[in-house]
Design a protein around this ligand. Sequence first.
Ligand code: PRX
Length: 576
Amino acid sequence: MEYKDIIYKTPVKEGLINYEKTFEGFDWEEVKNHFKSFSNHGVNIAHEAIDRHTSTDHKDKVALIWEDDDGVQKGYTFLSIKRQSDKCANVLKSIGIEKGDRVFLFLPRVPELYISIIAIAKVGAVAGPMFSAFGPEAIMDRLLDSNAKAIITTPELNQRLNEVKDQLPMLKNVILVGAKDILNEDELSYESEMNKASEVCKMRWVDPEDYLYILYTSGTTGKPKGVTHVHNDMISHYITTKWVLDLQEEDVYWCTADPGWVTGSVYGIWGPWLNGISQVVYNGRFDAEKWYSIIEKHKVTVLYTAPTALRMLMKAGDEVVKKYDLSSLRHICSVGEPLNPEVIKWGIKVYGLAIHDNWWQTETGSIMIANYPCLPIKPGSMGKPFPGICASIINSKGKELSFGKHGLLALKRGWPSMMREIWGNRQKFDEYFRISGWFATGDTAYMDSDGYFWFVGRADDVINTAGHRVGPFEVESALVEHKAVAEAGVIGKPDTERGEIIKAFIVLGQGYQPSEILRKEIQDFIKKRLAAHAYPREIEFLESVPKTRSGKIMRRVLKAKELGLPTGDLSTLEED
Ligand code: PRX
């Protein structure tokens, strides 16, 4: 199928002007030359993103404009981020954090989160950002798997950590932001340590292949996997930010994502600062009016957000848009799940701007396929491969398929920001390369004859709810920990607002009866253990769940039944 209704093209003067020509002549080595340190003593992304700017006229440029739910605002220049992160790096050194150590962040989007992530990179350690919505089990899985040595959190969130701390013997230090009470032996006050620390810190130069951050992401089976990235990723961060988000010197940029999600780390920290751009961080929940007021107040020019948020803005209606002066906005991008053509059309109507969808994954480390300001948008398409990226649609044997054919979305190895390891799990890493010559993304898609890619779905059972990847196995495992649950099967169910919602099919243990109270209790149990976004919004109680003869839950069958589709081959289905 081809989408003939090409509707929008932005006038472009800077950045990526001619896609085809740039694609043809593109060489990653040339982008690397932007970073002088590659040819010297070693590199450090923190130098390139922050310190470097302090010896230029960017020194006093605002790097971070921060605002929270209560309207409290703070501003930081590149120089003040440098000084604060130098101090924080000295604090980390003083507690024995060394190159390669894992330091986790369990914080809301406070300025200390951003400063700490820069500081962790400065000492050559590996940052592990986590959503502040995580429950004890999710925290433990990550700290345990990565052998984390320290964590930076708040006293309130620390209560969740305390529930599992006895199972984390390698965790030596807990640094608390905003602590008022007397601290335990292994706890330190962020503020007191910062007050004592020197403002000058020697940058730890590292090899481009040294680790920078680790982010856990869900698969179909097992615990979340620690996707690990290196300093070399800066090459991809820098150029994709410049060309896809189209950031230019005078822009005020707002990435609405949390650094616990890869978008918030790569395009909410590194990408914009590598380009010396001022960025806004809002530490608060979604609220349409609040979002518009932030754009108006800070004169946001470029917005990077997710389809769920855009759909919620659309639901809030056209009238509310008129209450705010959004004339500063000039470019909007979206990522994380399919962007509905209606949303693009609505965006043009109310903002006068076409929303530009793009595609990537935690594992790819940067945007791989995108709609660019210089190319016409086909609503519903993810766009075209970034220069330097070879993307294709293949079958399970690695054969490239022709235009319009549905198949596996695959990439050719060789871009700078591809993950380097699934932490401590070679086998899981190798699974991505099981089709010879390709990196298999786990998504299915097709390409049209103009070279535009169209998302079809996941090839596996991983659920994408409001842009969050949730593994069905994680939720099933947490469900069966509830005393009333004997068995559970979890699927993603299509939902207009969230893309997918999590639906659980539950078989109750002996002596338990289905009830509304029990349903709510099970939902709360998951919210507390895993995360608010991972709880099943729908629960259906069943007498049994379909399983293979080897005992695996057939989620495919549950899903087909839920959607009223054919159940397909049932030859391996266990019979009662
Ligand atoms: O299934 C695809 C979906 O999100 C997955 C990656 O999720 P995550 O690692 O959390 O990274 C998100 C950061 C970009 C993909 O395998 N996805 C991402 N972008 C899109 C998308 N699905 C459809 N359209 C997109 N633009």
